[in-house]
Design a protein around this ligand. Structure first.
Ligand code: GEK
Length: 242
């Protein structure tokens, strides 16, 4: 079990930009579960999707793996077929803890954990690529090249699972979804102060885009069928096929 997230519970004189450090790692599972509506469903269904699309003799990638929640879902979905997982994150504290999480799990698919930037990966022979809440932290200008590199590395029939916090073009709708998300966080025990300080910390660190922007980028990268398979307020997950 992870500790309860109280990182923003007390008034902070200065709010620094959010970083994935040891403090965050200690509370991460509690933080993401209480902050992202549908997180557990999206992670679990990542495994269900992998069960269908992971091909023997190929690789599956979990990009921005944090503590390996989606990696473990992928691993269960793959089962005993000959398919390896590459899980990457550029936060040393995350990879360090993730290594113990993976070691404690006994599913058969091999997992290679990589400390590094997902923008530096050369994707090859991939049947399933997972970007669960990671693209939102990549500078917008670098998102196109990353999606294109993933597209180029997928085998025909391969799939990308892309889960993100999203923005809405209509300002009224955007404000409503933000408000409903904050209500979700308050219902999960976060105070008004915690919600507001976390929002400030994520400013310019987590940059959400509209579903139209995601669809256009995927299309430009050569993906064929693209659609949303899950959405709750301003969080959504898409499937994109090669
Ligand atoms: C889950 N997928 O539980 N290269 C590698 N890793 C990165 C980069 C980058 N350029 N930028 C950010 N990260 C997980 C949850 S969390 C989502 C993903 C959240 C990593 C960062 O270190 C962090 O671990 C992860 O992406 C985002 O299914 O915290 O909202």
């Amino acid at each position: 079990m992870s500790e309860r997230d109280q990182l923003f519970a007390r008034p902070l004189a200065e709010i620094a930009g959010f970083r994935f450090d040891h403090q965050v790692v200690a509370v991460f599972p509690d933080m993401i579960r209480r902050s992202v509506p549908g997180y557990e469903t999206m992670v679990a269904m990542t495994g269900t999707i992998a069960e269908r699309y992971a091909l023997p003799g190929t690789q599956c990638y979990d990009l921005g793996c944090s503590l390996g929640a989606s990696t473990l879902a992928l691993r269960r979905g793959i089962g005993a077929r000959d398919c390896a997982i590459i899980a990457a994150d550029n936060a040393p504290a995350m990879i360090e803890r993730c290594r113990a999480v993976i070691a404690a799990d006994s599913a058969p698919a091999p997992v290679e954990l990589r400390l590094g930037d997902v923008r530096d990966i050369h994707f090859t022979n991939a049947s399933v690529v997972v970007l669960n809440f990671t693209l939102q932290f990549i500078p917008p200008a670098d998102r196109g090249p990353l999606i294109a590199a993933i597209g180029a590395g997928l085998v025909p029939g391969g799939v990308l699972v892309l889960s993100e916090k999203i923005a809405f073009a209509d300002p009224g709708l955007d404000a409503l979804m933000t408000d409903l998300h904050h209500a979700f966080k308050r219902a999960n025990g976060y105070s008004e102060l915690e919600v507001s300080q976390k929002r400030t910390a994520l400013e310019n660190v987590l940059v959400p885009e509209t579903l139209d922007a995601h669809r256009a980028r995927l299309r430009d990268a050569g993906f064929g069928a693209v659609d949303v398979w899950f959405q709750c307020f301003n969080f959504a997950s898409l499937l994109a096929f090669r």
